[in-house]
Design a protein around this ligand. Sequence first.
Ligand SMILES: Nc1ncnc2c1ncn2[C@@H]1O[C@H](COP(=O)(O)OP(=O)(O)OP(=O)(O)OP(=O)(O)OC[C@H]2O[C@@H](n3cnc4c(N)ncnc43)[C@H](O)[C@@H]2O)[C@@H](O)[C@H]1O
Length: 156
Amino acid sequence: MRNLRASGLIIYRIVSSEIEYLLLQTAYGHHHWTPPKGHVDPGESDMETALRETEEEAGLKGNHLQIMEDFKKELRYEVNQKPKTVIYWPAKLVDPNLAVKLSEEHKDFKWVKLEEACQLVEYADLQSVLRDCEAFLKTAHKIAFPSNIGALQATR
Ligand SMILES: Nc1ncnc2c1ncn2[C@@H]1O[C@H](COP(=O)(O)OP(=O)(O)OP(=O)(O)OP(=O)(O)OC[C@H]2O[C@@H](n3cnc4c(N)ncnc43)[C@H](O)[C@@H]2O)[C@@H](O)[C@H]1O
């Protein structure tokens, strides 16, 4: 049985030292929410797909993003009785004010903090990826949080 394969980017931005995730709501099916992602075309690498789909679905290009390649997660679930694998990497939107431009595939988008993101995505495996991602990003961006630096310096 052919394995469906898709990949995407968990797009996030940092606003007032808080991480916000970009979720898109499909215009089809039961209107579920996911990060930008899509099917891997023949001859494409997972990363090429993730970048292409992010540009197609959200209007965000590779040069707008800082991809965190050290954190890569794989989800496996079934769609219409066929196994599907989805690969995600986190990617920071360098300019947090950059506008998102949806395609016809999606009817809405939201920038949300972790707990709201977990409510929107509804699937336990993707919720778990988002929670792991949050922990990874908090560590990775520690030095980028001015308020944390201030707090650390104040305790020295
Ligand atoms: N019902 C529909 N009606 C009309 N057109 C449709 C359609 N479904 C897909 N399309 C077309 O397919 C294209 C999508 O292609 P792509 O954009 O290339 O691919 P995708 O993001 O992987 O698609 P999809 O939304 O189907 O995937 P997901 O795994 O999230 O979702 C697939 C299923 O898995 C479920 N799912 C998502 N995440 C899951 C998880 N973690 N665990 C279990 N189930 C999950 C979803 O709820 C959903 O039911 C669209 O342009 C659209 O035209």
